[in-house]
Design a protein. Structure first.
Length: 594
């Protein structure tokens, strides 16, 4: 596909751009305070940073360079010359890195874990100074992430709104996503180590603090034609990357063997699981699902897990062991509650996920209070799932399927707010990058449940697509969700959504068109519009065919059938909207390559 074609370079007129909400960066008004120009900034840090803190600073420098082609130097003391400073460190060490502004950093008190302060400390000075003070090492990482979201970056430009300041800490202590390197997924099995690190960085920028992996043996084929590394090697690499940034490593480990009541089966499982545990550089928690997959009754499963807990803590002494009652019938749920009343010491907490027959509040009421509950929400599937698209039009269900590109910012916000009160947080269930937007919506809500999803989408669009797309792309993502509301035949907004994205497509640079997140949204906009035009056309053909059948009394049954079939055949011989269909295939190939 020729991304640099003249078709891609045509730019819509300003009236159309304004109407679609794409021109979203107004010029500063007369007398407005100028933005902080940070092109020539130096990053000042405390000497002796921890490994995760150094990784966070490297992330800041490299991500700015990717977007602005500006490489900030890093120093451990304030510059003697008058140049802008981005000063970064923990609040407790502010005297080592905050220079003349150390006294303004809130420190010396009990600060919430993972929180941070960012402030424009320029004041009356002529040289810009921005402070990023983390409450701890993760606070440094997440503070840098928030700064990256707020920076206005384009080629040769790095700026920040004047007088910007925020002091914040996450509401939920666990904010993670499951990303299994296995054949079942739509993308993870093709990812290389650098792609994994980039995506983990992306998630960390928006406050994610955990990733859950899957062991080499699960309910999947043992290999994929896309694997760049064997499964165990990639799981080890991802564990190493997460540790590099100081993020939690979870492992989803299903109990798949036939009968764990047999000592030989238990012994083999202890050896198999223990070998995997021992290979991981970091492992903070293991989740064993009771079902989906799994078929072991609770008392047998608990006996196995008590032994596995000892094996786990041989290689990772502080690691937690969690389980879920997924797939348990009424009898097994009763047994589960009886076992929980004994308060097993080896168990850390309970996970609430798909295929649990009781509500979250019932689980919370039935499980002793000492055990926290973690959510395991399905954000990746659109039907036959925990949270299907409500009232999804059959035309979409039949063509886009269970695992299509599915930005659902409003739905995911509603789901989160209906469930988060009873939990300590979540690790979402994901099968690939089709649910990319949903991950960032959940991460933002985990930090602050009051977050407006449109605000998250604006920051997502600014950071991942570009400053000029902050409003237009965010509104486009909201429109994609509205495309799936109600009957497709009458949803004329689908055409408006396509016009929005086509305007952005025409204005896009070749680099924008190579951005896989941009491609995903374009793909959906074209696909939805093609679906609708096809549905309108083929519905009309169906009506005409029925008219032919109604004429059978006069024309004869065989002739009426022949005419009706001929009408229906036009769906194939004279297909509608061929250019849209072709563009869908082009974007699909572009996504495969990117």
């Amino acid at each position: 596909m020729a991304f640099g074609s003249s078709r891609a370079r045509r730019v819509p007129g300003p009236r159309l751009l304004v109407a679609l909400g794409i021109l979203c960066v107004p010029a500063a008004g007369k007398g407005a305070e100028p933005e902080l120009d940070l092109r020539d900034a130096v990053v000042v840090t405390a000497p002796g940073l921890s490994g995760p803190e150094r990784s966070a600073v490297t992330m800041l420098v490299e991500e700015v360079e990717k977007r602005a082609q500006v490489r900030w130097p890093v120093a451990d003391r304030w510059p003697d010359t008058a140049r802008p400073v981005i000063a970064v460190g923990t609040a407790a060490t502010a005297t080592q890195w905050a220079g003349p502004h150390a006294g303004s950093v809130r420190a010396g008190e009990a600060l919430p874990a993972e929180g941070f302060q960012i402030r424009d400390a320029t004041g009356e000075r002529t040289t810009a100074a921005v402070l990023v003070a983390g409450n701890d090492a993760r606070g440094v990482l997440f503070g840098i992430g928030r700064l990256l979201q707020e920076l206005r970056m384009s080629r040769g430009r790095v700026a920040l709104a004047p007088a910007f300041q925020v002091t914040t800490a996450p509401r939920l202590r666990l904010r993670g996503h499951q990303m299994g390197y296995r054949p079942k997924t739509n993308s993870y099995d093709a990812w290389t180590v650098p792609i994994w690190e980039q995506y983990i960085r992306d998630l960390a920028v928006f406050g994610t603090n955990a990733v859950e992996m899957i062991p080499p043996r699960s309910d999947d084929a043992p290999d994929s034609p896309h694997f760049p590394l064997p499964q165990i090697d990639m799981v080890v690499e991802v564990s190493r990357i997460l540790d590099k940034y100081g993020l939690d490593v979870w492992l989803w480990y299903p109990a798949l063997d036939e009968d764990y009541a047999k000592p030989a089966t238990v012994e083999a499982a202890l050896q198999e699981w223990g070998a995997v545990f021992a290979k991981l550089p970091r492992l903070d928690a293991v989740l064993v699902p009771g079902g989906d997959p799994g078929h072991t009754r609770p008392r047998v499963l608990f006996a196995l897990l008590e032994k596995q807990a000892r094996v786990l803590r041989q290689s990772h002494p502080k690691a937690e062991l969690w389980m879920s009652p997924q797939g348990f019938d009424a009898e097994w749920m009763k047994e589960f509650y009886e076992l929980m009343r004994a308060e097993p010491a080896w168990l850390t907490g309970i996970v609430y996920g798909p295929q649990i027959r009781e509500s979250l509040r019932q689980i919370r009421a039935g499980v002793p209070a000492r055990y926290p509950i973690r959510l395991y929400p399905d954000i990746t599937h659109s039907l036959n799932s925990q949270y299907p698209v409500p009232g999804w039009d059959l035309a979409y269900a039949l063509t886009q399927g269970r695992e299509g590109i599915n930005p659902r910012p409003v739905d995911e916000t509603l789901i989160f707010r209906a469930t988060q009160d009873a939990s300590i947080g979540f690790i979402t269930y994901s099968e690939g990058c089709n649910d990319d937007v949903n991950k960032f919506v959940w991460s933002a809500l985990g930090w602050d449940p009051a977050t407006d999803p449109l605000d998250t989408l604006r920051r997502y669009s600014r950071y991942f697509i570009g400053e000029g797309y902050a409003e237009g792309f965010a509104q486009g993502l909201m429109a994609l969700e509205r495309n799936w509301r109600g009957p497709l035949l009458t949803n004329q907004g689908v055409e408006t959504t396509l016009a929005q994205f086509q305007a952005m497509e025409r204005a896009a640079s070749p680099q924008d068109l190579l951005n896989w997140r941009f491609q995903q949204a374009l793909y959906r906009a074209y696909y939805d519009a093609y679906d609708r035009r096809r549905l309108l056309y083929e519905t009309e053909l169906e009506h005409r065919a029925l008219d032919e059948l109604r004429a059978a009394r006069d024309a004869g049954a065989l002739l009426a059938l022949e005419r009706a079939e001929a009408v229906l055949e036009r769906a194939h011989s004279q297909p509608v909207a061929a250019p849209l269909r072709q563009r869908v295939f082009e974007l699909a190939e572009a996504l495969y390559q990117s």
